[in-house]
Design a protein around this ligand. Structure first.
Ligand code: ATP
Length: 234
């Protein structure tokens, strides 16, 4: 399978600390790639570097099998809290996002609202949105450019059970119907186990191991504990 993301020896230094400490990563095209790691492992930093929001200190990465920035329009991302215009409605936020992409397309606004179940959010300003609604709109914004690669950082944050199920199905649908490669950083092993085709387990800014879902013997939970050295027997 060709690689959608290839990362080699990536480092990112903040002051005296290394958030990324020589990280390698290989995301096959067409994968749903679950990125796992404890708090502070460096997942968000990695995703920010991949989107060009931050410059790495060292190492290399290639997206879509190449270098350069031409690919930026082919990827979408929601990292940390979605960046929204608080005084605008969901539709206005999407219109604005599309304008930034050089598109004016009212049907697209409607279809994105529908895809994320926000068609009834009406004229409500997004600063009054619940956390779950913000997450949904953040994902709609990330999808505005019809990306081939989607990066999501803790997308189930703040979602209620219906929201979690909805998002899981959406990720599967985007992957299946549009062939989208999706990287999901999450602490929720059960959720990831239901959808991921591949995993990467990070610790201390390094990739401990990458594997396809079918290479895992037993549960993801046991595999994760074995890799991260945790003996959690109660
Ligand atoms: P979590 O699961 O808690 O979201 P994470 O795996 O996403 O964690 P990062 O947010 O990438 O981890 O953080 C990795 C390390 O880099 C942490 O030690 C963090 O304190 C540090 N770090 C991240 N951003 C900055 C920053 N802007 N300035 C200084 N240190 C930072």
């Amino acid at each position: 399978m060709p690689e959608m993301i290839t990362v080699q020896g990536l480092t990112k230094r903040y002051g005296r600390g290394l958030a990324l400490a020589g990280l390698d990563m290989h995301v096959p095209a067409g994968a749903i790639y679950g990125l796992l790691g404890s708090n502070g492992a460096g997942k968000t930093t990695l995703l920010r570097v991949l989107c060009g929001l931050q410059k790495p200190t060292g190492g290399t990465y290639a997206l879509f099998g190449g270098n350069g920035t031409a690919y930026r329009g082919r990827m979408g991302a929601m990292i940390e809290a979605p960046a929204l215009w608080g005084d605008m409605s969901a539709a206005e936020n999407l219109r604005q996002q599309l304008l930034l992409l050089g598109v004016s397309d009212e049907e697209k606004v409607e279809s994105l609202l529908k895809l994320l179940g926000l068609e009834r959010a009406g004229g409500k300003k997004t600063k009054y949105f619940s956390l779950g609604m913000r997450q949904r709109l953040g994902i709609a914004m990330a999808l505005a450019g019809d990306p081939e690669l989607l990066l999501l950082d803790e997308p189930t944050n703040g979602l209620d059970p219906r929201g979690v199920i909805f998002l899981r199905r959406l990720i599967q649908r985007l992957n299946r119907e549009r062939g989208m490669t999706i990287v999901v950083a999450s602490h929720n092993l059960d959720e990831l186990e239901r959808i991921a085709t591949h995993y990467g387990v990070m610790e201390n800014g390094r990739m401990l191991r990458e594997m396809a879902a079918n290479e895992i013997e037993g549960s993801l939970e046991d595999c994760y504990l074995a890799l991260t050295g945790g003996d959690m027997d109660a």
